[in-house]
Design a protein around this ligand. Structure first.
Ligand SMILES: [Ca+2]
Ligand SMILES: [Ca+2]
Ligand SMILES: [Ca+2]
Length: 456
């Protein structure tokens, strides 16, 4: 069947909303729920049973909020400390000297600001390039994505002189800055961009294709143009090729592909605050954990053969619920999530952990893990059939998960920190955070410290 892309931003902007099936081809969408009843909530049971434990890898970290590997065969893990420092875990120890220190240009006095993420170029081993995403102090907290290279003589040290600004995203308010950067299986850099902030999408960014806010962006860091430090993939869904204006004889489908005001960087829209996104290493499917407003958190699934252009519904929807929640009989807008949970007892802020694809823990293979910052719960999610998913609580941690990443062998790592709203202005004044790794419950190494759990 031919793929068709249905755009409904225009309709939404005009004040009415359409009830729409997923935008991708039908075969691609079979795992995407089309009925509310198929969207998983906690309380389910995974068909393939999963039992996990979180083992302490390192402590004494200052507000650690993300972690990743370089995939260069070195086995090192790189930990983002919120104040703007990247530390290296090597052979089980945190190196004293940081890999990168940009704390003098990172603003971190508000909880949702700081160094969000670090990601290594798919060819890092050859070109030494990596990318950071942070809130810049000198530009009033604007989001900066900057490329650096590793020091030629010392692989445990970045070369600050190689900094090249890839992108600046204006941030009108201090909160909802998204933060994720991740290379897709296609080699493009995907960026999680929040809705700009305050609450309730006051900027109307979610459904506005002329802003980079409230989107998943997709760019090519290997090319550039005179006015951009990056290239636009030709098949991004809102790229409108230049053409002569023709009034008649143009099909409605052809008009639906013309977006003169859309930013060509946009890959998907209608997203509130995508703090964590993960590609499934084996399938290429994308999981977008989108932090919700006061009632619901949601997890979205984008099949690997998506052609982009999905509308994830914000600000008309939070999960399967209309926004504001008091709206009755509101039509569903955009693509349904695969999972959602309520702030009444389950959590307040979703933090995706990723899909396990390692060899060490076969029972975890293919399960998507997701945590909540407020409740410390960790759930497993598995696809059932059609658009139906299951979500089961696996652990209820007594700490606050902040970020995650994969080691080269596929092991899932998670950071926890004590930073909170209204906490100390300086991250260094918070109690220290830690790094944990996920193992099968019966494979906790002897003498290892496991994450403290909430009492039932
Ligand atoms: Ca990342
Ligand atoms: Ca903001
Ligand atoms: Ca949504």
């Amino acid at each position: 069947m031919k793929k068709t892309t249905i755009q409904y931003a225009g309709a939404a902007a005009m004040g009415f909303a359409l009830s729409i099936a997923p935008v991708s081809a039908q075969d691609a969408a079979t795992k995407v729920p089309t009925k509310k009843e198929d969207v998983a909530q906690p309380g389910g049971k995974l068909a393939k049973p999963v039992k996990i434990a979180m083992v302490k890898v390192a402590g004494d970290l200052i507000d650690p909020i993300n972690v990743t590997s370089a995939n260069d065969g070195s086995g090192r893990m790189f930990i983002c400390e919120r104040q703007g420092v990247v530390k290296i875990l090597k052979d089980g120890k945190i190196l004293k000297r940081p890999f990168l220190d940009i704390s003098d240009t990172t603003v971190s006095s508000f909880l949702e600001q700081g160094l969000y993420d670090i990601e290594f170029h798919p060819k890092f081993k050859e070109n030494g390039k990596f990318y950071v995403h942070y809130s810049d102090m000198w530009f009033n907290g604007d989001s900066f994505i900057v490329e650096y290279k590793v020091n030629k003589d010392n692989p445990d040290k970045a070369d600050p002189k190689t900094a090249r600004v890839i992108m600046q995203i204006e941030q009108p308010y201090a909160n909802h800055n998204g933060g994720e950067i991740a290379f897709g299986p296609d080699g493009y850099l995907y960026i999680g961009s929040g809705d700009g902030g305050w609450e309730g999408d006051v900027l109307g960014a979610g459904q506005d294709l002329s802003t980079l806010l409230a989107k998943v962006l997709r760019i090519d860091v290997n090319t550039s143009t005179p006015d951009r430090a990056y290239g636009i993939p030709k098949d991004n869904p809102f790229v409108t090729p230049k053409s002569l204006m023709v009034l008649f004889g143009v099909s409605e489908e052809a008009f639906a592909k013309i977006h003169p005001n859309a930013r060509p960087e946009i890959w998907a829209y209608g997203i509130r605050n995508p703090w964590k996104m993960h590609f499934d290493k084996k399938t290429g499917d994308l999981y977008i954990a989108d932090v919700g407003q006061n009632h619901w958190e949601e997890i979205n699934f984008q099949p690997a053969n998506s052609i982009g252009g999905e509308n994830y519904g914000w600000k008309f929807m939070c999960g399967t619920q209309p926004f504001p929640a008091s709206l009755k009989n509101a039509p569903q807008v955009g693509v349904l999530p695969i999972g959602e949970y309520t702030h009444a007892g389950e959590g307040i802020c979703v933090v995706g952990l990723g899909v396990y694809r390692g060899k060490k823990y076969p029972s975890l293979d293919g399960t998507y893990f997701v945590a909540d910052w407020g409740s410390g719960k960790i759930w497993g999610m598995q696809h059932q059939k059609g658009g139906k998913w299951a979500m089961e609580e696996l652990l209820n941690c007594a700490l606050m998960p902040t970020g995650s990443g994969e080691a080269e062998d596929g092991t899932i790592y998670m950071t926890t920190a004590h930073a909170n709203y209204g906490g100390p202005v300086k991250p260094a004044d918070n109690a220290r955070g830690a790094l944990w790794m996920m193992v099968e419950a019966d494979k906790v190494p002897k003498g290892a410290e496991t994450i403290p759990l909430d009492k039932k």
